[in-house]
Design a protein around this ligand. Structure first.
Ligand SMILES: *Cc1c(COP(=O)(O)O)cnc(C)c1O
Length: 388
């Protein structure tokens, strides 16, 4: 049986065009991009700067506003801890840091780390569609706030937040606005200027680039200041010391270049696949619920509940299908997804939910097979459950 990969929200394959750009940098153009005393070093630096321009263009930033990191986890840590600690060190008295219950663990844990340092975290809840209530944000902002972090699109449900509206409130309150764009960048229109973002995190391996590289957008005007997480050689404007992985960065740049010109085609492709999956399940009389159905969502992340069928059992019945129950980081533990329970799903309902995330390379034929296999597995698991 051929495997079907439906876990692009956890990581995407590298696009062949990305690998083509990276290949020569592994063995031929391998020089340290910070070695400016020789030509090979300068060429590596050029490759990095070209990639920086592509990543910047994808989110309508200036290349000087892009700081390369090891991924979105590091970018989120650097943004949240770096900005809040810097403000505090400058004597700014604002201690409140606001985020949302459905954020990625690395955002929630960064905020929790700041609480250890005496800052005051506020974790906003979401409605049954996974969205932040603007009134709740307004209320939280009544206390002077250092930073607000709200993701653009969720990694378990695909739910998009109303960043333009929420961001306006944050700006009016004078707080810094950070957004985790790991799932959104390269999948929807993102303009950091129009959104008024101060800080934004992206990751290459969620947009058909390599794992181990990402970036933080840091606004220049007005300038956002950060305290670095690492001490070292002062690369990346002193904000991120360490030799840049020029090979991975070149791949990231190519992935960003492709995404900028192809994200709308990808989006249409994924919307058609999602529709045909839902139709396929309906045709096979398989009862299902789309979590956060009413919210604007990325078409490539489907949180699907099969009432009466535990997701763990369904996955056991589908060994050739790469699926997950929630995010990759938390799928090892059997606790129900905190993202889904924050939306009001019961623990049982959350445990009946699967995440299916097709991608650029998923075919209509794959989806027909998924509908078939999923319908059969759901029926089998339901039948086994009812006889217990
Ligand atoms: C994958 C992901 C991250 C972590 O990104 P890495 O580059 O793997 O560190 C952070 N936030 C969201 C929303 C993600 O989907």
């Amino acid at each position: 049986m051929q495997e079907i990969y439906l876990d692009n929200a956890a990581s995407t394959p590298c696009d062949a065009r990305v690998m083509e750009v990276m290949a020569p940098l592994f063995a031929e153009e391998f020089a340290n991009p910070h070695s400016d005393t020789h030509a090979p070093g300068k060429r590596a630096a050029e490759a990095v700067e070209q990639a920086r321009a592509h990543v910047a263009a994808l989110i309508d930033a200036d290349p000087r506003e892009i700081i390369f990191t090891s991924g979105a986890t590091e970018a989120n840590n650097l943004a949240i801890k770096g900005a809040v600690r810097f403000r505090n060190r400058m004597g700014d008295g604002r201690r409140r840091v606001i985020t949302v219950a459905t954020e990625h663990k690395c955002v929630l844990e960064s905020v929790r780390d700041l609480a250890q340092e005496g800052f005051e975290p506020v974790i906003l809840g979401v409605d049954p569609n996974g969205q932040v209530d603007p009134a709740a944000l307004r209320e939280a902002l009544a206390v002077p706030t250092a930073l607000v972090s709200i993701m653009a699109a969720n990694n378990e449900t695909g739910v998009k937040q109303d960043l333009p509206a929420l961001g306006r409130m944050v700006r009016e309150a004078g707080a810094l606005l950070h957004s985790d764009l790991a799932q959104a960048a390269g999948k929807m229109a993102i303009d950091v200027q129009a959104l008024g973002l101060d800080l934004a995190s992206v990751s290459a391996h969620k947009m058909y680039g390599p794992k181990g590289v990402g970036a933080l957008f840091v606004r220049r005007r007005p300038r956002v200041r950060l305290e670095p997480l690492f001490s070292g050689g002062g690369q990346e404007r002193g904000l991120r010391s360490g030799t840049l992985p020029s090979t991975l960065i070149a791949g990231f740049g190519e992935a960003a270049r492709i995404a900028r010109s192809e994200w709308q085609a990808d989006d249409r492709h994924l919307a058609i696949l999602a529709d045909s999956l839902f139709h396929g399940l309906q045709e096979r009389q398989t009862a299902f619920v789309i979590n956060a159905r009413e919210a604007p969502r990325l078409p490539g992340i489907i949180s699907l509940r099969l009432p009466g069928a535990q997701a763990a059992r369904v996955m056991e019945a589908l060994p050739d299908m790469a699926l997950s129950m929630g995010s990759a980081c938390s799928s090892a533990d059997l606790a129900p997804s905190y993202v889904l329970t924050a939306m009001g799903l019961s623990a049982t309902e959350a445990a009946e939910s699967l995440r299916l995330s097709p991608g650029r390379f998923t075919t209509p034929a794959d989806i027909m097979r998924v509908a078939d296999l999923l319908a059969t597995a759901a029926q089998r698991v339901r039948a086994a459950g009812s006889t217990q």
